[in-house]
Design a protein. Structure first.
Length: 88
C-alpha cells in the first residue's frame, strides 16, 4: 500500500495501480480491515489523480464507509476530504 501511495505521488500510475491491487488482494486474505480501508483510500486517490472520478468516488466511499463502521476516524476523515475535493 505504501509503495502504491508513493508511486501515485510521483505520477507512476501504472505501478501504483499494480501495488495497490496487490495490497488489496493481500488484505482480503486475512482480517486486515484497517489495511483494507487504507488501501481503498489510496486507490481512490490514485483513480482521482488519473482522472477517473466515478471509480475514485466508489473507492473513496468504500474506504469511508468501512472506516466509519469500524471506528477508523482518521481514514474516514481523509476519505471524506478526498470525496469533497472531487466535488469541486
Amino acid at each position: 500500500m505504501w509503495l502504491g501511495s508513493l508511486a501515485t505521488v510521483i505520477g507512476r500510475y501504472e505501478e501504483a495501480e499494480s501495488y495497490l491491487e496487490e495490497a488489496a488482494e493481500s488484505n482480503s486474505t486475512g482480517a486486515r480491515r484497517f489495511a483494507g480501508a487504507r488501501t481503498d483510500l489510496a486507490m481512490g486517490r490514485l483513480l482521482a489523480a488519473k482522472g477517473d472520478e466515478q471509480a475514485a468516488r466508489e473507492a473513496l466511499a468504500k474506504a469511508r464507509d468501512s472506516a466509519s463502521a469500524r471506528g477508523y476516524s482518521s481514514v474516514e476523515r481523509r476519505a471524506e476530504a478526498a470525496l469533497s475535493r472531487l466535488s469541486r
